[in-house]
Design a binder for this molecule. Structure first.
Ligand code: VGL
Ligand code: ZN
Length: 197
C-alpha cells in the first residue's frame, strides 16, 4: 500500500487574523510539520480564488455566510479570501512546505467554488488530483488541515467515494463550525467510510 499525506488549505486567511479565520487554525501547524516529516509523500492544497469570485458575498452585494442558489446547488457566500497571489492565500509561514511533492490549487474558476481537492462544487469538474495519485500508485490517504467541515470534509468524502482508503486526523484539523456544519461533516465522512482518528 502506498500512502500520501494530504494537507488541506493551511493558509493565512484561514488562520487567526485572516479573512476567514478558523479558531486555532494556526495551532495545528507544528503537528502537521511533524506528520509531514514522517510521510513519504506529501501533497498540499491551496484555496486560490480570482478577485470577484462567485463564492464571495461581496460579488453579489450579499451578507457573508448567507447561502445562494448556484446552478450546481446551494453555495455559502464567504468573505473575500485566498485571492490569488495575496498574503492571505499564502501558506502559514511556519508550515514546512518544502516537504511537498505537489501543491494543488483549487477554486480558480470564477463561476464555481471548489471545497474538495478532487472535484469542484458541481461534483463533476476534476482538479486532476485523482489522476496524479493513481498514476503514482497511491491508494491510502491521511488528511489534515483546514477547515474540517468544508474543504477537509469534501476532500475526504470524494476520496472515499473514489475508492481511496481515507483517514482524517481530527487533532490536526480545525473547523469553521457554522450552523452545525461540523456535526453534519462528521456524519457525512463517517457515512462515506472515512476513518475519523
Ligand atoms: C474553505 C470555505 C471557503 C476551506 C475554503 O478551506 O475549508 N472554506 N473556501
Ligand atoms: Zn475558498
Amino acid at each position: 500500500m502506498s500512502h500520501a499525506l494530504l494537507v488541506i488549505d493551511v493558509q493565512n486567511d484561514f488562520c487567526p487574523g485572516g479573512a476567514l479565520p478558523v479558531d486555532d487554525g494556526d495551532v495545528i501547524v507544528a503537528g502537521i510539520n511533524a506528520q509531514m516529516a514522517n510521510s513519504s509523500t506529501v501533497i498540499l492544497t491551496q484555496d486560490w480564488h480570482p478577485a470577484g469570485h462567485s463564492s464571495f458575498a461581496s460579488t453579489h452585494n450579499a451578507t457573508p455566510m448567507s447561502v445562494m442558489d448556484m446552478p450546481y446547488g446551494p453555495q455559502v457566500l464567504w468573505p473575500d479570501h485566498c485571492i490569488q497571489g495575496s498574503t492571505g492565500a499564502a501558506f502559514h509561514s511556519d508550515l514546512h512546505t518544502d516537504h511537498a511533492d505537489l501543491i494543488i490549487r483549487k477554486g480558480y474558476n470564477r463561476t464555481i467554488d471548489s471545497y474538495s481537492a478532487f472535484f469542484e462544487n458541481d461534483k463533476t469538474t476534476p482538479t486532476g488530483l485523482e489522476g496524479y495519485l493513481r498514476t503514482r500508485g497511491i491508494n491510502t490517504l491521511t488528511l489534515v488541515g483546514l477547515a474540517t467541515d468544508f474543504c477537509v470534509n469534501y476532500s475526504a468524502v470524494d476520496a472515499a467515494k473514489l475508492g481511496f482508503d481515507v483517514t482524517v486526523k481530527m487533532d490536526l484539523c480545525r473547523a469553521i463550525d457554522f450552523d452545525g456544519s461540523l456535526e453534519v461533516a462528521k456524519a457525512a465522512m463517517t457515512k462515506a467510510g472515512v476513518v475519523l482518528a
